[in-house]
Design a protein around this ligand. Structure first.
Ligand SMILES: CC(C)(COP(=O)(O)OP(=O)(O)OC[C@H]1O[C@@H](n2cnc3c(N)ncnc32)[C@H](O)[C@@H]1OP(=O)(O)O)[C@@H](O)C(=O)NCCC(=O)NCCS
Length: 227
């Protein structure tokens, strides 16, 4: 049997490196998902008191939330987003959304008003592998309409970034509908940019959404895991 060409040796080496990198990224995601409470490292960020809004934050897996809180989450999601989804090809499918939002992998950051202990905002997020890299993916960020524009969304987005970067995720990623102008303005104000994985419109296909991200400037490549 002849010797492998230099080209195929380089290809094989590159595939080996990619495999090692994926194993290391997967290990980082597994470690983050094994945490009891990703917010525990940031006691200063457990509460928000500004613009007449006083709230405390908790972070938990969906299975550890009180059933009435999960019901409120699903209800706010529908109230805030049903018409936005229905304005594009996504359409609103309550059952499918509920399924996604209650999957075991779902983490929630929930803000409760100090007055009355009512939930007022939530983020559904996950530590996950996205296009081969470790990320914190923000599935949802939803604030009760009466509490919007008081800085809480910005505060919660910052807390999500802290939890992502503390756990050495490469970036925070999210999907936003192109016609959700308020959300686009919000994420642009927080310096989120178009992610490299965002699909581009072409003659054959147009996309109703954008993928935005913020990179972890202090990301340290984890030690490679041999497979
Ligand atoms: C989008 C959302 C999460 C923003 O949270 P919020 O608490 O209302 O926003 P903040 O008060 O933290 O806003 C921070 C900055 O974002 C920008 N921004 C927020 N809402 C905006 C809006 N409706 N129009 C224009 N800019 C807006 C502003 O620059 C704002 O700073 P400023 O108030 O000092 O001008 C919230 O309004 C919401 O829940 N909307 C409905 C659900 C939704 O669309 N979620 C996003 C899905 S991807």
């Amino acid at each position: 049997m002849g010797r492998k060409s230099v080209k195929s040796q380089i290809k094989q080496q590159r595939m080996k490196e990619e495999k090692k990198q994926l194993a290391a990224s997967t290990a980082a995601v597994k470690k983050a998902n094994a945490l009891e409470d990703p917010l525990a490292d940031f006691p200063v960020f457990n509460s928000y008191n500004k613009n007449g809004l006083v709230v405390r934050l908790i972070c938990a897996r969906v299975k550890d939330l009180m059933p009435e809180v999960v019901q409120w989450i699903l209800d706010l999601m529908k109230r805030n987003m049903e018409s936005v989804y229905n304005q594009c090809e996504w359409g609103w499918n309550g059952e499918k959304k509920e399924e996604e939002m209650t999957e075991d992998a779902a983490w929630y950051l929930v803000a409760f008003s100090s007055e009355g202990n009512q939930p007022v905002a939530f983020s559904h997020f996950r530590f996950d592998i996205d296009f081969g890299f470790e990320v914190l993916y923000v599935y949802e960020l939803q604030i009760e309409p009466e509490h919007q524009r008081k800085g809480l969304g910005k505060f919660m987005a910052q807390v999500l970034e802290l939890m992502a970067f503390k756990n050495n995720m490469r970036k925070v990623v999210l999907t936003v509908l192109k016609h959700n102008k308020a959300a686009l303005d919000f994420y642009h104000s927080l310096k989120y940019v178009i992610d490299e994985t965002c699909p581009e419109d072409n003659f054959e296909e147009q996309f109703c959404y954008l993928i935005l991200s913020k990179t972890n400037k202090n990301f340290k490549p984890p030690a490679a895991v041999e497979k």
